[in-house]
Ligand binder design. Structure first.
Ligand code: SAM
Length: 287
């Protein structure tokens, strides 16, 4: 089987199966071997690893993963790609392809079945239309995962690793940084894909923490606070939080919490660090 990732080989297989790209599935296949090599290197894949690939497409990255990992589980939603994957991955005995929606697959069960419950490494060129639900689903369902190395829209990668006070900083930055240490590995231009996406892309590596970097009594409440703070990010934090009915917090209570933390009452949510959100959450919970 010829290596995919070289445009001629990708075109040949697409023509052979008369494959039509489905926009609704975010199908932009990688056709640049140097990008594929950088992803594999960043993910630090070795023979002891079991890798979960989300959306293998025609199997371009899956081939690289299969060459390097002990085992690969690839979950693809598009039924039309399954016969193609059967051909392109035929030489590899260590790959299992599952047809299904990654948002509905029980990943904990996959880790049990294929890796004796040990953590998986996730590697993917993600379908951009569901980047956030996929990443947050991986974190919130507490599935055993060691690292996530993914291609995402460039702006999303920047939001993941941004710090307080920047315009990219928001609920996604805080959520990702609560669960993992993000690092942008490479910026990838549209001409590395077929068809070309309308946006720039970046590869980001998220090293999952065994325990979060801050302690908080109620994670869900903290994330509800964070969402409320950024829902109306131009507002002062006090107004954004007291206006969020589901939190049931009065202005007085929030001002009291901010004062106890030595934070100005006029601050906006975008200035608060993860540690400060955790402390604010604990204070509001305790009252
Ligand atoms: N990995 C291939 C590559 O790099 O060339 C394809 C990447 S393409 C950006 C995204 C892939 O995810 C497509 O194959 C698409 O069909 C698949 N996909 C989209 N939504 C999915 C979902 N909910 N569950 C699993 N796969 C999905």
């Amino acid at each position: 089987m010829a290596t995919l990732g070289i445009p001629q080989n990708t075109i040949a297989i697409l023509q052979k199966y008369q494959f039509h790209f489905q926009k609704k599935y975010g199908q932009n296949f990688l056709i640049d071997t140097s990008v594929l090599e950088r992803i594999i290197k960043a993910a630090q894949i070795g023979p002891e690893d079991c890798v979960l690939e989300i959306g293998p497409g025609i199997g371009t990255m899956t081939q690289y993963l299969a060459e390097n990992a002990g085992k690969v589980i690839a979950v693809e939603i598009d039924k039309a790609l399954i016969p193609i994957l059967e051909e392109t991955l035929a030489p590899y005995e260590n790959v299992t392809v599952i047809q299904g929606d990654i948002l509905k697959v029980d990943i904990g069960e996959l880790a049990k079945e294929h890796n004796a419950g040990r953590p998986l490494k996730v590697v993917a060129n993600l379908p951009y239309y569901i980047t956030t639900p996929i990443i947050m689903g991986l974190f919130e369902k507490k599935v055993p995962i060691e690292s996530i190395t993914v291609m995402v829209q460039k702006e999303v990668a920047e939001r993941m690793q941004s710090k307080p006070g920047t315009k990219e900083y928001g609920a996604l930055s805080l959520a990702v940084q609560y669960y993992a240490a993000p690092e942008i590995i490479a910026n990838v231009p549209p001409n590395c894909f077929m068809p070309r996406p309308a946006v720039g892309s970046a590869v980001v590596n998220l090293k999952c923490f065994e325990t979060p970097p801050v302690e908080v009594k109620d994670e869900q409440f903290m994330f509800a606070l964070i969402r409320a703070a950024f829902n109306q990010r131009r507002k002062m934090l006090v107004n954004a939080l007291s206006g969020a009915g589901e939190l049931a917090l009065s202005k007085e209570k929030i001002c009291e919490a901010l004062a106890s933390l030595g934070i100005s009452e006029t601050i906006r949510g975008e200035r608060l660090s993860l540690t400060e959100f955790a402390k604010l959450s604990d204070y509001c919970m305790a009252k």
